[in-house]
Design a protein around this ligand. Sequence first.
Ligand code: G6P
Length: 507
Amino acid sequence: MTSRAQKTTRTPDGRLIVVSNRLPFVFRRDGDGRWQSEPSSGGLVTALLPVLRYRGGTWIGWTGSAGTAPDLESEIATAGKETGYELRAVPLAADEVHNFYEGCSNEIIWPLFHDMQQMCNFLPEYWRTYREVNHKYARVAHDASGPGDFVWVHDYHLMGVAAELRRLGTKARIGFFLHIPFPSPDIFLKLPWRRETIDALLKFDLVGFQTMRDRRNFVQCVRALVPGVEFEGRGQVLQAAIGEHSLRIGNFPISIDFNAFVRQAAAADVAAHAKELHRLLPNRKLILGIDRLDYTKGIPVRLRAFQNLLERYPDLRERVSLIQVVVPSREDIDRYRELKTEIEQLVGHINGSFVRPGGWVPVWYVYGGLSRLELLAYYRAADIALITPLKDGMNLVAKEYCVCSIEEDCVLILSEFAGAAAQLARGALLVNPYDIEGVADTIHRACHMDRRERQARMRRMRRSIRENDVFQWVDSFLRAAITKDLSAFPQPEHYVAEEAPDTSLAL
Ligand code: G6P
């Protein structure tokens, strides 16, 4: 850990102020009504921890519940002390949660940026609250930061933070990373507040995207909406100038903590759990899907592809089971509740059509959160991972699956519309998730792939993830904010190979 933290010495000198919609902790009341906190398990938290400890810093975000609770404040302070950095909560009232989080963030920006404009609910009051809540986050960040610090804002909920920080006269440098895709102009221009959004993003000092495609889409939207922006550079990081202000724009594919996953996946209890899964579901290939309950993940169409597989390839009946894990998410939004019903009806239909009395169940459906042990055991037990989002910023499940496959003897089937496809194209079987028969044929191919090919493909993907882990991701983002010479940022080799070169400057 220390060595990775030391790798970040070329980052900005001051403290790091991280701003994200949620704090990196989950706060819950226990049976006696007292608050208990638990750190979130995500890679982002793990990756930023060494920098926050080394530089000193603050994490600003929402607790996840509406309103304020005075007794929660002391729990937040205690949790902060234990982590080695300060936590500052941004309280959100119930109507702010409704209009900003559920409304603008998750009924406008989320679907639009995932190319699902028909799902958008473009209500002006959503946007008004989005703007106000972004100002709220900005005020907390302004109070927490000083000259020389680096404020790093995360994700689509908070695109307006830099604009407000500039108005407040903040001296710190400000970066932004978008974890979800950035849509093409055809889609983005539907946003009623498109110009304000682009202007707000141009107020950052560094704007990072997951892939070259996202970056190219952003550059094209800037060109379509804001006259007179000059772009320079050809590598991973471009320089743009707008009036007096200049900013950098790059692509930084997020990753995971490779070594931690390998270590944990190799543990004896994980192996025992994985073995138990094979005992419960014997003599068959296990195909795994793990997703948050979200319409961008393509779960219904994936289930239809699995049904199609069983219809067209009877040799695979009783020889395969699909384990589909669905993790509850955004349960107060109607679309998410409707999706749950749709998935459960489809699972019931497939199982009802193919089930054999006393034996084989085609779809093993799990609705609920997984413990770390269960997650790792599913990864280790699965012969094939079926990760077919209709659109996804990166999809870290794909990377986690590869890394946990320590025998390197399994197959990843991956949607070409996941950001991870740009990096894993040489090892995964890429599919168009909308193509039901194409996905079914690819599952069939994966089931019959020989061991040598499985291992060669998996080895290639694991090497790429090891060389580009989450620590390297943090390091490259922070370096991009301060490095003078942008020629130090050529496009990583695998990106140049997998995607068409970025010719945005010529567009
Ligand atoms: C996506 C977003 C994250 C978000 C996560 C969970 O991965 O990019 O910013 O935190 O979904 O969604 P939730 O709405 O529960 O925070």
